[in-house]
Design a protein. Sequence first.
Length: 382
Amino acid sequence: MTLLVITWNYPPRRGGIENLIGSLCAELKKIHTVRVITSHARNAVADENVFRAPLPGLMAFAFYAIWRGATLLARDKEMQVVFGGSTVVAPVVVILSRAFARRAIVQVHGLDIIYRHSIYQLLCVRWLRFCDCVVANSHYTAALAGSKAVQQQRLTVIPPGVQREHFSMPSDIVATKQRWGIEDKNVILFVGRLAKRKGVQEFIENSLPEIVQKVPQSVFLIVGDNPNESLTHRDDVAGEVHASVLKLALDKHVRLLGALSDEDLVKAYQACDLVVLPAVDLKDDVEGFGIVALEAAAAGKPMVATRVGGIPDAVEDGKSGILVAPRDYTGLSQIAAELLNDSELRSFLGEYGRCRVAQEYSWSRIAARYEAVFDAALRGAR
């Protein structure tokens, strides 16, 4: 099979969607031919199968994707599937697939469906209903797509995968803790771009003081920075978080590490005792899945998160982690403190999570589910 992928989000850009699309393409390339059309990126490594827009900006990318996509489809009759990485490329995917009699499949993530802008809803979201298949990253996201008139029979749910071996690579935890000044600390970790929906500032203001009171040696590591390359997020959450830390005199209990390399990210997971995702429920932003939960599980670490958006798909409550109601900061505090003081419970949750990702979320298994969707779409065409 030859697959044409059109996506705004692709490495070396960093983020959950970028990791998902990059890892999926890498897995599919093992047995298929995959051509990728994506946005302009500085310092990108040249790849003969990756075609990048020569200029930055969404409109430049859209026109380039249509031109380059038409060229590739006209030249390669075996390229029967046009796959879009998010809702923003749905119009391009549908136009190309209809013009060349190919199948249109688009993946959706959550925010890309509900983004509250009338022009975006008209020009992008409405095109989902014309796709042959829409792949949602969680049951929650699938319900959002259904609310936009995507027919149920055209919807399927496939979660992200995780490179579990990557997060279990051995590292010197003692050296890592010394480097970040957290030796002899109980470590709580957050990983993700600092969008408001992640709830990091609220967690610091409403839960961390109580955790510190119960577990004085606790420290909160924050890995991530403002999503400067995002099409939708422009808030300086990192600055707001820093201000809250200073206001509450928690500077000895918080480390803002910014964006880390992949190697250092693994070290952060291995050095922590538990991982938190205190996401909040916002009308104009959602947590479509929560891939950090899979990364934590792959590293054998328990997850404490809120029951928001697609997170319940990512965390098996009471088994790979603990879920609480959104904005239940007392619950977050109590559970985090309990886990920090109970190594056996942490070990149980972490080991269950590790086994779960091995059985359900390896990229080979996830890629096979995408292949089944592509095959079904092609059988429908015939």
